[in-house]
Design a protein around this ligand. Structure first.
Ligand code: PMP
Length: 356
């Protein structure tokens, strides 16, 4: 049976990424060696790293004056790297979800943090707005897509201080104005590749702000100076990212994928609105994520939750159980989720409704 993988991350990858990675694990480009075996300082890997950076730069239209890094430790390690490197006096954070609050927790260990807005009291059902970014902050940190709650900041903000964004779960889902950010970072395991590698797009002028002693591996400057090769990088994970980037380019780039993403999300949200059983917990419609579509049963149908999960599983719809802090369902419809997967889920929702 065809399965559709709606897991939030690690998550669905393009089939070509899986195929090419599998081939390279057995034999990289006819070299007789596996991508798992070659030196990270070999010509072969140098070319893979360069092409990955070049393609990411091209797809996101990253201007000059920015460096691209492939790191380890996930987005979570960068929660700590950011304040170690850039928090000198005070940092401003937007608390729009659990991942944002984890980033805040790390920053508080390093220095003064001002949370400019929070939707925590409302279980993060919207993105906080109408806040003031303090002009004396070293930086302002946001989370562009809140994977657990299914809210997304879909525009590139203007900030009077350097804007830093955790874009783990919506990177490459739409064109972005990179020039508005001083740092865009995240784990790769949603739209980019497998777990084990994280990315960072850092404005070079930010590196001058690293004035305190910082443990070597937490220092963005060290990673930029060493072109992501200060220590052994996750070669195979980077190779997989490259395959996804090539797939995305062949598909027509970010404008093309954004159109498809809007269509997929539109289809699913329309069904949530139409179907008598379901509702969206996201109170502000414009904040609804096009990557993680969270929905719940209306209170009167809540006892049907387990039943719907069983039905979905039987139809090959995998990973739609919502996060424990929200309940209900979450369909993660990242770039690699085909439109047919969303159609299959919508069909299952319709059928379920007709049987109630
Ligand atoms: N930020 C966001 C928005 C996430 O969705 C996640 C993981 N789901 C993280 C950070 C943490 O990423 P990692 O597991 O790579 O540390």
């Amino acid at each position: 049976m065809k399965k559709y993988n709606f897991n939030p991350g690690p998550s669905v990858l393009p089939e070509i990424t899986l195929k090419k990675t599998a081939e390279a694990i057995l034999d990289l480009n006819g070299s007789g060696l596996s991508i798992l075996e070659i030196s990270h300082r070999s010509k072969d890997f140098e070319a893979i790293l360069k092409e990955s950076k070049d393609l990411l730069r091209e797809l996101l239209d990253i201007p000059s004056g920015y460096s691209i890094l492939f790191l380890q430790g996930g987005a979570s390690l960068q929660f700590a790297m950011i304040p170690y490197c850039f928090l000198n006096k005070k940092a401003a954070y937007l608390d729009s979800g659990s991942w944002a609050s984890k980033a805040i927790k790390e920053a508080k260990m390093v220095g003064d943090v001002q949370v400019v807005g929070s939707s925590k009291e409302q279980n993060y059902t919207f993105i906080p707005k109408n806040y003031t970014i303090p002009a004396d902050a070293d930086y302002f940190h946001i989370t562009t897509n809140n994977t657990i709650y299914g809210t997304e900041l879909k525009t590139d903000l203007s900030s009077p201080v350097p804007l830093l964004a955790d874009a783990s779960s919506d990177i490459l889902s739409r064109p972005m104005d990179v020039s508005k950010y001083a740092l865009i970072y995240g784990g790769a395991q949603k739209n980019l590749g497998p777990a084990g590698v994280a990315f960072a797009i850092v404005k070079d002028s930010m590196l001058e702000k690293i004035v305190k002693p910082v443990p070597t591996m937490l220092n963005y400057k060290i990673h930029v100076e060493n072109d992501s090769l200060y220590n052994t990088p996750p070669c195979v994970a980077i190779y997989s990212c490259l395959q996804t980037l090539k797939w995305l380019k062949d598909l027509g780039g970010l404008k093309a994928i954004h159109k498809i993403n809007l269509e997929k999300a539109g289809l699913l949200y329309s069904e949530i609105e139409r179907n008598k059983l379901f509702m969206s917990p996201i109170t502000v419609a414009e904040d609804r994520s096009i990557m993680n579509v969270v929905f719940v049963f209306k209170p009167e149908y809540k006892e049907l939750e387990e039943k719907f999960l069983e039905v979905a599983k039987a139809k090959g719809l995998v990973g739609i159980k919502g996060h424990r802090s929200v309940g209900g369902f979450r369909a993660s419809i990242y770039n690699a989720m085909p439109l047919d997967g969303v159609k299959a889920l919508v069909q299952a929702m319709k059928e379920f409704e007709s049987q109630v």
